[in-house]
Structures are given as structure tokens and as C-alpha cells.
Design a protein around this ligand. Structure first.
Ligand code: BMX
Ligand code: ZN
Length: 310
């Protein structure tokens, strides 16, 4: 395989469109960011035009939601409804005459970790991205499973909280950034005694997961208990994933990895209590490596490593 050339990786979220030139080593050469508008196709084309060069070997797109990676059509993306039903793959391959790959954002991030991140050492691993929601991806025998892998939507509580998907009691409803913040706000509204009341100049609706972690470090009980509770549910989810896939590793990425000491530590404890001991005893649970670049590098890796990944 020639190691020359770059791929353009696009990470399309509800708010921002991030685009980068990515090399085969996973290095980001140039990157841009803009807000997504209603005219998503125009946004995408303008961003690609800014970064495309003669050395571009293809364009990869990661997008939150359910994507048909074969046809390239976004089937469902609640945060980005203007992209639903659009055949991005045909539009872009007609315009640029280059290979175009599109997949779910967490599947793309998983592929990025496999080739240039924490997954390089493992043939079999499960990845969870802990952000606003919880995304997932699975690598078996070195290749990304070509499945939706919506791991944030495994049920961890039978009659649990309503999720944004049709189900209730999803992992995402308990352990995502959105869930942690909404738990804290619920408790504060009920009058819980916590320093978080004074956070964000007293506007509790501006609390972020990072605030919750910082207050937990200062010893705030509500903040700490909320993170531990989220960690417990994360551990319940991880135990099921370990029992199903018997991976060598569980790689955890996304903004919430900043709260590792409390959240993931609790998850590891819970997972160890629940999974088959023979399956979990050698599983490494470790953070992702691509951090801020995970989205764009992951998207580019859909193109850069597509032949190996099949
Ligand atoms: C949701 C779901 C997944 C996505 C995950 C992480 C949508 C729009 N998204 O579970 O497809 O992978 O969130 O997305 O249905 P993030 O944007 O929260 O990182
Ligand atoms: Zn769900």
C-alpha cells in the first residue's frame, strides 16, 4: 500500500462540522470547523473545497445516527434532521470522483483507534464514546463489525428512564453527559444540598459534565454520587459487552473520559462483579488516544484503511 496522500475526514455533529486533512499515520495536517446550517450539502462541499488537494485519496464521513454505510444514506439522525434521507455518497462521488465512505461517528472513531490509536495492540475490542450521547463500535479479528453497534442503547434498567430512541432504560439514559447533567439538575430542583447550586453564576441549567466532575473532586456529595451512579450503569453495560464479545480490551473515548477517576473506576468495579470472571479477568479497560481528533481521524480512516477493514 502506498503511504502517500491524505484523506479528508468530516465529523458531522448537530452543532459543528469539523473537517481535516489526515495522513496515513493519522496525523492531522489542517483542520477547519464551522457551524452546520440547514443547507448541510453546501456546508460539506465548501469545507471539502477548502482542504482538498491533488494528493487526496478519498473522503470519509462520520455522522451521529443510523447510517446505511453501503448506500451512504443517513437513515436517522435526530440532531441533524436536515441530513436525513440525503444520498451524500452519490452527491460527493459525482462531484469529486474519489472514493467516499460514510459511517456512524462512533464506528468511525473505533476504526481510527484501531489503526492509529489505543486499539493498535488489539485484534478484538469494544469501544464506547461517552459524549452527549453514548456511541459504540466493535472490532473482531482486527476488523470493524459492519453493524450499527448502537451500544449506548443496550438496556441497563428494565423500566428505566425514557431514552431519545424508542426504548427506555438505555445505557445512554444513565451514563452519558446529557444524563449526568439532567440527573444533577433533577436533584437540585428537588432541593438537594450541593455546592452545584452556586455553579454557573447560579444558573443550574448551564451545568456541564465537567462542572460535575470538578465539584466531585472538591468533595461535593451530589456530584460524586451522580458520577458514581453513572459509572455503575456504565459497568453494567460493559459487563454485558464483555460477556457477548469476550474482547481483549474496552476502549473508552469522548469528553467524559476526563472523569475517569470516579466514573470509569466505578464502572470497572461494577463490571468485575457482573461479567464472567474468566472473560473479564484479562480485559484491559483503557482510554482512547485520539482525543480531540477522534472524529475527523476516524472519518478519514474509513477511507485510509478501508481495504484492511473489510
Ligand atoms: C447516540 C446516537 C448514536 C451516536 C451516539 C454518540 C443519534 C443522533 N446518535 O446514541 O448514533 O453514535 O449518540 O453521539 O442517534 P455523540 O454526538 O453524542 O457523540
Ligand atoms: Zn436508547
Amino acid at each position: 500500500m502506498s503511504m502517500d496522500g491524505i484523506a479528508i475526514g468530516l465529523d458531522i455533529g448537530g452543532t459543528n462540522l469539523r473537517v481535516a486533512q489526515v495522513t496515513y499515520r493519522g496525523e492531522v495536517l489542517k483542520r477547519t470547523r464551522r457551524e452546520t446550517s440547514q443547507d448541510i450539502v453546501k456546508d460539506i462541499i465548501e469545507s471539502i473545497d477548502e482542504l482538498i488537494t491533488e494528493d487526496t485519496v478519498g473522503i470519509g464521513i462520520g455522522i451521529a445516527g443510523v447510517v446505511d454505510s453501503t448506500s451512504g444514506v443517513v437513515k436517522r439522525s435526530p440532531n441533524l434532521s436536515q441530513a436525513e434521507g440525503i444520498d451524500l455518497k452519490s452527491i460527493l462521488s459525482d462531484k469529486y470522483n474519489l472514493p467516499i465512505r460514510i459511517d456512524n461517528d462512533a464506528n468511525a472513531a473505533t476504526l481510527g483507534e484501531r489503526f492509529v490509536g489505543a486499539g493498535r495492540r488489539f485484534e478484538d475490542f469494544v469501544m464506547l464514546t461517552l459524549g452527549t450521547g453514548i456511541g459504540g463500535g466493535v472490532v473482531i479479528n482486527g476488523a470493524l463489525l459492519k453493524t450499527a453497534s448502537e451500544l449506548g442503547h443496550i438496556t441497563v434498567e428494565a423500566n428505566g428512564k425514557k431514552c431519545l430512541c424508542p426504548n427506555s432504560g438505555c445505557l445512554e439514559a444513565y451514563a452519558s453527559g446529557r444524563a449526568i447533567v439532567s440527573d444533577v439538575i433533577d436533584q437540585l430542583e428537588k432541593g438537594a444540598d450541593s455546592l452545584l447550586k452556586d455553579c454557573c453564576e447560579g444558573n443550574i441549567y448551564k451545568i456541564t459534565p465537567e462542572d460535575v466532575y470538578n465539584y466531585a473532586l472538591e468533595g461535593d456529595t451530589l456530584a460524586r454520587e451522580t458520577l458514581k451512579n453513572a459509572g455503575k450503569y456504565l459497568g453494567i453495560g460493559i459487563a454485558s459487552l464483555v460477556n457477548i464479545f469476550s474482547p481483549q480490551a474496552v476502549i473508552i473515548g469522548g469528553g467524559l473520559t476526563g472523569a475517569w477517576d470516579i466514573l470509569v473506576r466505578e464502572a470497572i468495579r461494577e463490571a468485575n462483579k457482573r461479567a464472567f470472571p474468566e472473560l473479564i479477568e484479562n480485559v484491559e479497560i483503557l482510554p482512547a488516544q485520539l482525543a480531540d481528533n477522534a472524529g475527523v481521524v476516524g472519518a478519514a480512516s474509513l477511507v485510509l484503511y478501508s481495504s484492511e477493514a473489510k
